[in-house]
Design a protein around this ligand. Structure first.
Ligand SMILES: [Zn+2]
Length: 256
């Protein structure tokens, strides 16, 4: 890669492929959608493209409000997240961090490999009706091809910045930019809260095509970001959260 100033930051700019939030069907280009607007906003996603119909017709859509839960002896989430290089993409809907294979977590007898993570502001999921400032969605896939998303809630904290997230928030790409930072190493394990207690429920992608059969695990304990880091993200995305969807009888399990 070319060495440009500052020397440790080689910015590789490219038009991002239409990666979308939480694993769009690879290579498939869909109609344009947005978080605002009478025409392209969330209430109309299903009208924009026939492949988006699940956004309206699905019975287990995400995000949801987490209010009434059933406390259960859920299997623990055992993360084996590595230090890794990554590329950071602004796909017009969010900032997404793509990571090479190798980081994973185990829950029960299932192993989920990390594909990418990305951010929403405010948090899409609410706890007792309340949003947090942001959420990170860590998108994984198991051997059977099922998606498992681990949500990390984020609140402004007392520290000026969260060092684990700084390599990303120091290099937020503009729309349709992809950035790789030479020598950047993300400590993925440090990006999670120490307490891995969680809520578990069935849901969907929170972006078109809103595909279902996604296993959601929302970590109960938020992490802290620097308020400047949250502001930096909000300069790019003022609001990129789908409203909460009906529970339709789904049970939300909560770890003890
Ligand atoms: Zn998401």
């Amino acid at each position: 890669m070319l060495g440009i100033t500052p020397p440790t930051k080689t910015l590789a700019l490219a038009f991002a492929a239409f990666l979308g939030c939480a694993a769009h069907a690879s290579g498939t280009v869909h109609a344009h959608w947005d978080y605002q607007g009478a025409h392209e906003g969330p209430a109309n996603w299903a009208e924009l493209d026939p492949t988006f119909e699940t956004c309206a017709k699905g019975g287990s859509q995400s995000p949801i409000d987490i209010s009434s839960t059933v406390k259960t002896d859920l299997p623990s989430l055992n993360f084996d997240y590595r230090k890794t290089e990554a590329s950071i993409v602004n796909n017009g809907h969010t900032v997404q961090v793509n990571v090479p294979a190798g980081s994973q977590f185990k829950v029960g007898d299932q192993t989920y490999g990390l594909l990418q993570f990305h951010f929403h502001t405010p948090s899409e999921e609410t706890i007792g009706g309340k949003h947090t400032a942001m959420v990170g969605h860590f998108v994984h896939k198991n051997a059977a091809g099922q998606l498992g998303v681990v949500a990390v809630l984020m609140q402004p904290g007392p520290m000026p910045r969260n060092e684990a997230y700084a390599p990303i928030f120091d290099h937020l790409p503009r729309p349709n930019e992809k950035i790789t930072v030479e020598g950047m190493e993300l400590d993925l394990a440090a990006m999670l809260p120490a307490d891995k207690g969680y809520y578990s429920f069935d849901g969907s992608l929170t972006t078109p095509p809103c595909s279902e059969s996604v296993n959601w695990m929302v970590l109960k304990r938020p992490i802290a970001l620097g308020s400047g880091q949250i502001k930096a993200f909000r300069r790019l995305f003022n609001a990129n959260a789908r409203p909460v969807q009906p529970l339709n009888g789904r049970v939300i399990k909560e770890s003890l």
